[in-house]
Write a protein that binds this ligand. Sequence first.
Ligand SMILES: [Mn+2]
Length: 492
Amino acid sequence: MPIYLFLTHVSRYFFAFLSGCCLLIFVVATSNHAFSQPLEARYWLAGRNADDAPLSRYQERRERISAALSEKSFCVMFAADERNRQNDVNYEYRQNSDVFYTTGFSEARSAFILAPRGIILPDSLDSTRTKHTALLFVQAADAQQQLWTGALTGVRRARELYGIMAVENKHLRGILAGLAATHDTTFITELPTTLVVKPFLDDSLDIQEILVQDLKKQYPSLTVRSHQRLLGELRKIKDSHEVELLKKAVQITIAAHREAILATQPEMFEYEIEATMEAGFKRRGAEDVGYASIIGAGANSCVLHYTASRRQMRSGEILLMDCGAEYHNYTADITRTIPVSGTFSAEQAALYDIVYAAQEAAIKEYRAGVDWRKPHSRAVEVIRAGLLKLGIITQPDDYKLYFPHGSVHYIGLDVHDAGSYGQFQPNMVLTCEPGIYIPENSPCDKKWWNIGIRIEDDILITTGDPVLLSAALPRKREELEKLMKSRTKRSP
Ligand SMILES: [Mn+2]
């Protein structure tokens, strides 16, 4: 999935902030008895997307976040909202990635607080007077709601299954107020920017602004920051468990892409390929797609984030498929571009070979210590030279007309995963996705029009050579044509 060329959330100031903080190592005061709890219980209760990471993974992550917080700061993470589709139907629930990363907890209407200085709860909630540095707020296991949507974890089992002190979510407000009054900084969830338009005031605010403004008004001395950047610095380096989950997501995605390639025939609709692709994900245990599948033929191949999948595909057209399975909340991100007929036209082949050569040049740069911009600049060099040679552009800078996005982004819990960009480091997992898109009416010979080509693969940075996780999926033009020759004709 292509990413905007200029990342807006790159945390340039993170290291300045980090060095300004006291680095204090805290042992997160959570009980150890939960380690013996069966994983099935977590799967069963969470319903979907439960991780099978040992609880010690989450505890390690919490300790690392705590170490980056000063004693006067605390972090509050809100679970993702349940998002309404229409009327009384919601979209399927997906947990906020930072909450999941830090706790493994997958339920809505929950929150999580990390406070290195520790929180002593009122006797009514915990009579032991223990200082809790981690606190999970969960919804009560309401019988009526469980009848409709299945088992809820509830307070008691949350403590047992997640190894974190848990209380009911109705206590969040009071505990948050106490922390806000006694700390100088909070790292808080950047909530989704749902725009609230106040039509008569000619004013608009998103809910994040409202929350932050409210906190600032009530606690003028409290600095409110986002925890996304804080967490991004951890999330951009994958631990061994995350690498395994990403490999699994990539394997599932490869198998489904192969099936989609083999299923493609002229006169089919894009949505039929989408069905094959996504069935291939789910049959192999992926809970969802990591992003809306991009499956575009002909003119649609030039639309970077085309998701409608409604068009009938014609022989002679190109088909671009950018699809990734999400497995236990970790997503792959792979793109293949194929000829609907099974054979590339001369123009399609010429452009395909340029993108392939650009990707080959770029992949070589995925090495520890290399600046993250290097692969993209390699890809640009190849694409610019190729477009000039074909006479599609005459000015070197005009390559931007046909290659308008970046080539490199992290993958992980999010398809465009969290973290600032600098030098590559071992255990980062990134995509490499050069492309050429020539929409109709572009200022070039019309024989090039409506050809969009992107090749995208997922790469693990190591201490040595880059590991192309998606290497098993054919990428070379000849290999794709060979694979398509093995198609069986569609039964009418
Ligand atoms: Mn991508």
